[in-house]
Design a binder for this molecule. Structure first.
Ligand SMILES: N[C@@H](CCCC[NH3+])C(=O)O
Ligand SMILES: [Zn+2]
Length: 496
């Protein structure tokens, strides 16, 4: 049997409910009463850190503190299986991303369809602060259409791995180099930004790649792009390739990481450490297959690395709104474990965690939810709960109890939660009734809705827990007894 005391219990301290919206788009930041967790006030000012021993060591290559975002929800994201964005929705998303503060917004090729071209023109006319890019194949035909849309820049792409050269477009490296140079010169002649990217860079021949990038750098391309198109790259491979490329070209370096093997955020981070300047993202990471580096996930990673840069540059409190907007439109739920906005991202359950979090959130949080307009919760209605979490709830309910009484009340909640999952209302009802019983001549049942079998089990668990408790902390039990109004005793001999 687990003791009630937080300090001696490896896991206790949470508050679960039947009402939380696990896996829905609005679960995370809903009011505590509807999602079943208790928002907590913490004793100390959270997240004050005078120094961070884990801060990245600054070096001349690293762009951790000056990266730029190329937001591609309206290009890569449109390639997500469920995506269909009407013109109005595209405009809404573009405005939201602009409010958030992304540096660039990348749009689907105007050559994809007539409506795509019209939408691209419409977004260019919005007068957003973010620069507008469109993403086209590396051909003069596409480039000619792209430069007429009103974009600030054109992103061109062509596959360079043998897979894509042989089985997709069928062109060799010499052809690719000449096509790239022609397109780059043309787009530059129109006064627009131009980025040249290879596709499937990590399965391309290194010498081929560096020769190509060096050639386009010489004709004045603004950025070269590296793309992990199939999501195969490891952080170490990314670091090596970007670092090597950094020594070969003088232009900016953009990177694009698919998430097939779960490395998209880590790869973005090491790319910046190795000297990349721009990271491609999409909201919730939507894109081909399981998508790319998510905007929110990148923010989570980067705020830990350089809080000042990230909080000053980006309007982080808009993140949840943008994610909900995109999730609704592509008809998906925000995953429970989503960075920052997942419903359990700032929910603390184990008793030891809850206790420490109530004292100082930095104990078990590396990100301050308030930076993103989010709220932390302590999960208190379960068998793992601890008396500190219950105490916090007692205070929220405006009830007065001594610590010793709260510890006994915690025993009862744990006993009930050992019988069946309990909801926040159940835990509240136990707390309220327990509190009321302290001042009544006759006890009323702690949880009126219990079946006979549940009652029997509850009594049993309670006896076990109380027995264990008595064994471990006789003094505390005696204190509790002393604080109960005179003449009141429970079946277990512990004040109730
Ligand atoms: N979605 C393509 C485009 C790459 C362009 C990089 N910004 C890929 O993953 O290869
Ligand atoms: Zn991609």
């Amino acid at each position: 049997m687990c003791p009630v005391d937080d300090a001696s219990n490896g896991v206790d301290g949470h508050a679960h409910t039947n009402g939380h919206t696990n896996g829905t788009t609005n679960g995370a930041n809903a009011a505590p009463e509807t999602n079943g967790f208790v928002a907590v006030e913490t004793k100390q000012n959270p997240h004050i850190q005078t120094s961070n021993p884990y801060q990245p060591v600054g070096d001349f290559l690293s762009n951790i503190s000056r990266f730029k975002i190329i937001e591609s929800t309206l290009r890569e994201g449109e390639q997500f299986a469920n995506a269909y964005f009407s013109t109005e929705v595209k405009i809404q998303i573009a405005k939201a991303l602009d409010d958030f503060g992304v540096d660039y917004i990348e749009l689907t090729s105007p050559c994809a369809s007539e409506q795509s071209r019209l939408d691209c023109e419409a977004i260019c006319k919005l007068g957003l602060k973010a620069k507008i890019l469109t993403h086209v194949r590396c051909t003069m035909e596409d480039a000619r259409v792209a430069v007429e849309t009103g974009v600030d820049g054109v992103d061109v792409v062509i596959g360079t791995s043998s897979y894509l050269r042989e089985h997709s477009h069928g062109k060799d490296m010499t052809y690719i180099k000449n096509a790239a140079i022609e397109v780059i010169k043309f787009v530059k002649s129109k006064g627009l930004e131009i980025r040249f990217s290879s596709e499937d860079s990590f399965r391309s021949d290194l010498v081929d790649l560096l020769t190509l990038y060096s050639a386009v750098d010489k004709v004045g391309v603004h950025r070269v792009g590296i793309a992990d198109t199939v999501g195969c790259a490891t952080p170490r491979q990314v670091y090596d390739l970007v670092r090597t490329l950094r020594g070969v070209v003088s232009c900016d370096i953009e990177t694009h990481f698919h998430n097939d093997t779960g490395c998209a955020i880590a790869n973005a981070y090491v790319a910046l450490e190795a000297g990349a300047t721009h990271i491609d993202t999409s909201v919730i990471g939507i894109g081909e297959r399981n998508g790319i580096t998510p905007l929110g996930g990148l923010m989570a990673r980067m705020i830990v690395a350089d809080r000042e840069y990230v909080t000053k540059k980006y309007n982080l409190k808009k993140l949840k709104e943008i994610e909900d907007l995109v999730a609704d439109n592509v008809e998906i739920n925000i995953p429970f474990n989503n960075y920052i906005t997942g419903f359990s991202a700032f929910t603390h359950k184990a008793g030891i965690h809850a206790k420490a979090i109530l004292n100082n959130p930095s104990t078990y949080e590396i990100i301050n939810p308030a930076d993103f307009g989010m709220t932390r919760y302590v999960h208190f209605a379960s068998r793992l709960t601890g008396w500190n979490a219950i105490k916090s709830r007692v205070e929220q309910l405006g009830l007065e109890m001594t610590d010793a009484q709260i510890k006994v009340c915690t025993t009862k909640i744990k006993a009930m939660a050992d019988v069946r999952p309990i909801a926040i209302d159940d835990a509240d009802s136990i707390i309220r009734t327990f509190h009321g019983n302290l001042h009544r001549k006759e006890d009323v049942p702690l949880l009126p809705g219990m079946t006979e079998e549940e009652k029997k089990l509850f009594e049993m668990k309670q006896a076990e827990l109380s027995g264990e408790r008595e064994k471990r902390s006789l003094d505390e039990a005696a204190d509790a007894q002393a604080e109960v109004p005179s003449g009141k005793k429970t079946k277990t001999g512990v004040a109730a």
